[in-house]
Write a protein of this length. Structure first.
Length: 310
């Protein structure tokens, strides 16, 4: 039974767009090209430098899993490998400035990739399933020979992928940095119950629009949204895997201090729920642009994790 359903309903109505963003699909964003585009049909190619300030070379690798093709970009280096996973509606280009910086600063192998339906990777029909996203990431890392000493750097909806991945693959992940990411604590029964009718309204509105790649990805996430996230609410993080939780200053809820407080509380609760966890607030940042507004907060968190696991 939901307590105080009227206030929750009002909160959900006021924050429909923002909560979808918290679920990490940026409906209004147009996915940009991958940071290191493939130069041809081969399974491996080397791109031009991604940035004049950090002229490192990415190798583009195409991996097939479950009959669809995924695009990965790799800077070679030592282990632990940094695997950067962007939020919903965002491709590997999200990391175009940070990835070269990390490669140069850490000497680590750095991997970015486009999840199915994002960037240059193939679309997959049907609802978004985190298990499928995990399978795709597993396939790519196996192809790249990286099945241990992985540090996940996960933004927004990629927090759900990271949580599922680390539990499914014990021994693969040495540590993680969650960048304003979805954590299980946020998706309470009360919030989901209040928001459920709005999910249906949003779904109908999208169905009435012309079909686009971005709309199809949003619709895929909306399928069974409440039951999927009730299940995610029960997920836990392994005690032996260090994790740093970074929270943006604005949170995904720019227009609601109340909902922003719930987001911050959930992030803090997750960080306090086990050993080897840190909680960092990146003041002056927004949910989507945190990587460009305060990259040093993310690089410092990654450096701390690397020091702990090397």
């Amino acid at each position: 039974m939901v307590k105080n359903p009227v206030p929750l309903r009002r909160k959900a109505i006021a924050l429909a767009s923002a909560l979808l963003l918290a679920a990490s699909l940026t409906a209004c964003a147009t996915p940009t090209a991958a940071s290191s585009p493939s130069s041809g049909p081969s399974s491996s190619s080397t791109s031009a430098p991604t940035s004049a300030a950090a002229p490192v070379e990415f190798q583009t690798r195409k991996v097939v899993n479950a009959e669809h093709e995924l695009v990965f970009h790799v800077v070679d280096g030592k282990l632990p490998a940094l695997v950067l996973d962007a939020g919903g509606g965002l491709s590997s280009s999200y990391w175009k400035d940070l990835a070269p910086r990390l490669a140069k600063a850490t000497g680590s192998k750095v991997i970015t990739y486009d999840r199915a339906g994002e960037g240059e990777s193939d679309e997959v029909s049907g609802p978004f399933k985190v298990e499928n996203a995990v399978s795709d990431l597993e396939a790519g890392l196996k192809e790249l020979g990286v099945t241990k000493d992985v540090v996940l750097v996960s933004h927004s909806i990629a927090g759900e992928v990271a949580t599922t991945f680390v539990n499914k693959n014990p021994g693969w992940v040495s540590g993680a940095v969650l960048v304003d990411a979805n954590v299980p604590d946020f998706f309470s029964d009360g919030m989901l119950a209040a928001f459920e009718p709005l999910i249906e309204e949003q779904r109908k509105a999208l169905m009435a629009q012309a079909s686009t790649k971005n709309n199809r990805q949003l619709l895929a996430v909306l399928v069974d949204y409440a039951p999927v996230h009730r299940a995610f609410h029960q997920a836990t993080w392994p005690k032996d895997v260090p994790v740093t939780v970074i929270v943006s200053g604005e949170t995904p809820f720019v227009d609601s201090p109340e909902a922003a407080g719930l987001w911050r509380d959930a992030q803090a609760a997750f960080a306090q729920a086990g050993p080897n966890r840190k909680h960092v607030v990146a003041e002056g940042t927004s949910h989507e642009n945190i990587v460009t507004e305060r990259p040093e907060v993310i690089t410092t968190a990654i450096d701390d994790v690397l020091k702990a696991v090397r």
